[in-house]
Design a protein around this ligand. Structure first.
Ligand code: SF4
Length: 265
């Protein structure tokens, strides 16, 4: 019986090998014939592997069948890692509703447009990360726990807490339309209950980059103009941080847009 120091050593030796760990993982699911194990784990040194595992008290062999022992089961249970906190699929995630549109403030980047703060309920929490592939331009930020979605000129930031901010919105009606669209896209995925398959991402060109640059042609980045900076950025010949004027608060929204676009260069 396994239990003493020597036995503990036998178990650690038996489990210190990837093939033997693979066999144990198979046996946790169900008992297997030797043939099945050979197919999955390979014939090389199979006798030796099985012998080591048997000596450690993890398995038994009889009439061509390999079975996991009670000790083996308990051992594997104690080694099973806790499931990660992020959900693997959307099953169990509740559909969302837009509960309120709280604020309409002038946009910093363009005062003719608005910045919206809204709320969805229930909050999507960890499921939000899984929704990234639903959108052709989106990235999930671990740092802020939010999905940042670029939709034309509009940037939507959906937080796992349920808050949603949107920039460059023309009217309250547009805010409602964009939020409805967001809710429908998310709820369709939730109704299917599975992690969406990654969408083909839309490519970004220099004209799109250019529209978010300060357009002052100040040369700080070392380029002749903002337009040539955009071309070089698309060609990976320069980096966004070279345009330091973008750090000015008035370009905060532009910078967010550029960072999202950069993901698709
Ligand atoms: S530093 Fe920025 S604003 Fe100035 S020229 Fe370069 S891209 Fe344009």
């Amino acid at each position: 019986m396994v239990g003493g120091q020597a036995d503990v050593k036998l178990v650690s030796n038996a489990m210190a090998n990837a093939t033997r760990r693979k066999i144990m993982a198979m046996l946790v699911e169900s008992n297997r014939s030797r043939e099945e194990i050979e197919k999955a784990a390979g014939a090389s040194m199979l006798d030796y592997h099985l012998q080591m595992m048997q000596q450690a008290g993890l398995i038994d062999q009889k009439d061509g069948m390999v079975t996991i022992t009670e000790f083996g089961k308990n051992f594997m249970q104690s080694k099973t890692e806790k499931p990660p906190e992020v959900k693997k699929d959307l099953a169990g995630t509740k559909p969302i509703e837009i509960t309120e549109i709280m604020q309409l403030l002038p946009c910093i980047a363009d005062t003719t447009k608005f910045r919206i703060i809204a709320r969805v309920s229930p909050p999507l929490g960890g499921a939000l990360k899984l929704l990234e592939p639903l959108f052709s331009r989106a990235r999930y930020s671990e740092k802020i726990g939010a999905l940042i979605i670029q939709k034309g000129n509009i940037m939507i930031t959906a937080y796992s807490t349920g808050n949603v901010t949107m920039t460059m919105i023309r009217s309250e009606q547009e805010a409602k339309d964009v939020l409805d669209d967001l809710r429908n896209t998310i709820n369709n995925a939730i109704a299917r209950g599975i992690t969406p398959v990654p969408r083909e991402k839309v490519k970004v060109d220099h004209a799109e980059i250019f529209q978010y640059l300060p357009k002052t042609d100040c040369h700080i980045c070392g380029e002749q103009s903002c337009y040539s900076f955009a071309i070089r950025l698309v060609g990976s010949e320069t980096t966004l941080d070279k345009c330091t004027p973008l750090l000015d608060a008035k370009y905060a929204t532009n910078l967010e847009h550029l960072k999202t676009l950069q993901e698709y260069l």
